[in-house]
Design a protein around this ligand. Structure first.
Ligand SMILES: CC(C)(COP(=O)(O)OP(=O)(O)OC[C@H]1O[C@@H](n2cnc3c(N)ncnc32)[C@H](O)[C@@H]1OP(=O)(O)O)[C@@H](O)C(=O)NCCC(=O)NCCS
Length: 334
């Protein structure tokens, strides 16, 4: 009997602090009108406070996931955390999250594929389930982008926000769950979207701090062009090779980088806006958080058997699309 890996639950968390476009207008030379028309973003959440890392949000998302799915921490076999803003370079944020929720009989590790990280981690975790090796795998997508955003750089500080989401993968023998994926990287994209210093090539010094090299560096227009084409290409490719017409697709679940990139992907797939999950207006680009946060926000509208096409694009460059058949009808937890 063929085993597939199905998402059987979702948890999420966003911090309370809301950074609005109006507040950004006071910080840099920008306008609500410019930000809204170029990106679709109205506000984003920011994790405030001393010693608050990405794991704080990851722990809250996984706690909710375990509660909603009635999973005991000791049942979890593996936890993968996709992030570009780990609490520290090592140990892995996945370990800190696992420890924070009492997952003690598992192994855990981080994955970094920039904004495509959640999809890459989902596809990786699914392999362990499909092979019959593990039964309960938690995939977390979490980022505290505010830790690496330069709030004097108007082109970048408007885009990013903080947030986390998590899903549980379990074996399914009825044909639900992850059915296909196209995942890609092109390392020649390195120079267009990256954090210049802080790694082994350019360790932190006073000079790297003075040159503001620990913040996100991005050539927005180049990234935009590449993202529009790549995300649409792989989403269309996944549809084609699974013989999915636009009527067959119940939902497009796109990485929330820019509303115009999302629109272009939907247009290429031939799906209308009513089938596109969208929450960029409220959270901005939370990097690895975007896709699970979308699934969380739309969970009550999902039905067993729905065909979902997930698509992402990120620094590096990385991009990909996953096709999955949704495995359950939502039941509100009282
Ligand atoms: C960042 C982004 C919104 C900028 O939009 P854009 O239309 O490409 O704008 P450009 O970078 O070409 O800049 C156009 C002008 O707007 C200005 N500008 C940039 N940010 C601005 C802001 N917040 N407010 C007002 N003006 C701004 C620029 O300085 C530039 O002015 P100039 O022409 O006088 O030099 C857009 O490039 C983008 O979304 N790129 C992809 C980013 C992304 O999704 N990254 C994550 C991938 S996972």
């Amino acid at each position: 009997m063929k085993i597939t890996a199905a998402i059987t639950g979702i948890g999420s968390y966003v911090p309370d602090y809301v950074l609005t476009n109006l507040e950004l207008e006071k910080m840099v030379d920008t306008t609500d009108e410019w930000i809204t028309s170029r990106t679709g973003i109205k506000e984003r959440r920011i994790l405030k406070g001393e010693d608050q890392g990405t794991s704080v949000m990851g722990i809250k998302a996984v706690q909710q996931l375990l509660e909603k799915t009635g999973t005991r921490p000791e049942e979890v076999d593996l936890l993968i955390c996709a992030t570009v803003t780990p609490d520290m370079l090592f140990p892995a944020t996945a370990n800190i999250i696992a420890n924070g929720v009492g997952i003690a009989r598992a192994f855990s590790y981080d994955m970094n594929a920039a904004c495509s990280g959640f999809l890459f981690a989902l596809a990786t975790g699914a392999q362990f389930v499909q092979s019959g090796t593990y039964k309960k795998v938690v995939i977390v997508g979490a980022d505290k982008m505010s830790a690496i955003v330069d709030y004097t750089d108007r082109a970048n500080c408007i885009i990013f926000g903080d947030g986390a989401g998590a899903v549980l993968l379990e074996p399914n023998t009825e044909g639900y769950g992850l059915l296909d994926q196209v995942l890609r990287t092109d390392g020649s994209g390195e120079a267009y979207l990256y954090q210049k210093a802080g790694g082994s090539r350019r360790p932190p010094t006073h000079e790297t701090v003075d040159r503001r090299e620990h913040f996100i560096y991005q050539e927005g227009a180049t990234v935009f062009k590449f993202a529009v084409k790549s995300m649409a290409d792989v989403a269309a490719q996944v549809m084609e090779r699974n013989h999915l017409g636009n009527d067959d697709v119940a939902w497009l679940v796109p990485h929330q980088a820019n509303k115009r990139i999302i629109d272009a992907t939907a247009h290429r797939m031939g799906v209308g806006p009513e089938k596109v999950m969208l929450n960029i207006q409220r959270y901005g680009n939370t990097t690895n958080g975007t896709i699970p946060l979308c699934l969380s926000d739309y969970e009550s509208q999902l039905r067993r058997g729905d065909n979902l096409v997930l698509a992402a694009f990120g620094g590096g460059f990385t991009w990909g699309s996953v096709y999955l058949k949704w495995a359950y009808d939502y039941q509100a937890v009282s």
